[in-house]
Design a binder for this molecule. Structure first.
Ligand code: PLP
Length: 378
């Protein structure tokens, strides 16, 4: 049987990972500055993570959500403590799209409305509702186009105010720093005013922290920089360091009802063991602080390279913008210098999303390779 051919593949097959590196079968080593799309938070094969998953699978890998699972409670308590966000409840699922899909559903249940407001360049996932609020027509099937959605320019507070004044939207959904869209971030005023306007309109504010959450930006959640309180926060990528787990945090004012949400696999024992190990490690190793500090280092190093026109993002969610398309540069970094980097819908932006325990020496290696690759491309 063949695989359904939806991914353009690089001819590389890592079989092992350690910290900021992955290795092929023949021992070839790659510096991972992409973390498998921002997924690797605490580093590949972190010993505490391996131990937690191994111990758990030896005891109980899975049982359904119809029994008590104390690991879910432990994960929720740890998440509240490490993230610093209070008075939310946790619903667990398996991916970023599923987290956002549930967030939209909760907003619709709570408000009785169906219209969702989203923004240009947004990416919220590929399932039915969330692909409808993703700014990429090429990944929407006819089936996805029947949702009631409105797209606005990102950061345009007047446009948002005008739309919200109709008092008919269930939710506004945004990524505080856009990932796939190319690392754009709106003004503090936009985030703060959007929260106030949503409240006034009876509309719920959903912060999609699937990519920016879990310490990646130097704050546990990217919205925390602006002192706002979203009604729902969605999470996934960094949450399990590669183990499939996602979730939403739902403000206490939104009441749960039996059957309102549900999942077979979400919050299973193994996923929770992985999630707890990730939070313990983020806390013990001060990984959000590391992200903050290393961003300063990256800015300094990038400042020495005149071909880098702009540094976007924060923490270890970084975009280096050039005035030319970066596809050949990425290929040279990968095949000649053995460094994984990422791309975005902005074709001139190199995306850097490394494990959060990366060190200065790794960036020294990267910038050394980048300088050579840029010289070769002249
Ligand atoms: C901000 C954001 N939201 C949602 C998703 C969808 O997550 P998943 O691929 O786990 O469904 C992504 C994935 O890239 C993302 O970057």
């Amino acid at each position: 049987m063949q695989l359904f051919d939806v991914y353009p593949l690089y001819d590389i097959a890592p079989v092992r990972g350690e910290g900021c590196y992955v290795f092929e079968e023949n021992g070839q080593k790659y510096l991972d500055l992409y973390g498998g799309h921002a997924v690797i938070s605490i580093g590949h094969s972190h010993p505490e993570y391996v131990r937690a998953i191994t111990n758990q699978v030896q005891k109980l890998g899975f049982y359904s959500n119809s029994i008590k699972n104390p690991l879910q409670v432990e994960l929720a308590e740890k998440l509240e403590q490490v993230s610093g966000v209070k008075d939310y409840s946790l619903f667990l699922c398996n991916s970023g799209a599923e987290a956002n899909e549930n967030a939209l559903k909760v907003a619709s249940f709570k408000t009785g409305r169906s219209k969702i407001i989203y923004f240009e360049n947004a990416f919220h996932g590929r399932t039915s509702g969330v692909v409808a609020v993703t700014d990429n027509e090429s990944i929407k099937a006819a089936f996805n186009k029947d949702h009631q959605v409105v797209k606005l320019p990102f950061g345009d507070i007047e446009a948002l105010e005008a739309e919200l004044s109709k008092n008919d939207a269930a939710a506004v959904i945004y990524e505080v720093i856009q990932g796939v869209g190319g690392l754009d971030e709106a003004s503090a005023e936009f985030y703060q005013k959007s929260a106030t306007l949503c409240k006034r309109a009876g509309t719920l504010l959903i912060a999609d922290e699937v990519q920016s959450g879990y310490g990646r930006t130097g704050d546990f959640f990217a919205f925390q920089k602006y002192g706002i309180r979203p009604d729902i926060i969605s999470m996934a990528k960094g949450m399990g360091n590669g183990f499939p787990i996602g979730g939403i945090l739902i403000d206490h004012k939104i009441e749960a009802k039996f059957g309102m949400l549900g999942t077979t696999f979400g919050g299973n024992h193994l996923a929770c063991a992985a999630g707890i190990a990730v939070l313990n490690t983020i806390e013990k190793e001060n990984l959000a602080e590391n992200a903050r500090e290393l961003f300063e280092y990256v800015k300094q190093k990038a400042g020495d390279i005149p071909l880098i026109k702009k540094i976007k993002g924060r923490g270890l969610m970084i975009g280096l913008e050039f005035d030319f398309e970066i596809t050949p540069l990425r290929k040279e970094l990968l095949f000649e210098h053995k460094v994984f980097t990422g791309a975005s819908s902005n074709k001139q932006l190199l995306r850097i999303l490394p494990p959060l325990n990366i060190k200065k020496e790794h960036f020294d290696m990267f910038f050394g390779a980048l300088k050579i690759a840029l010289d070769n491309s002249k």
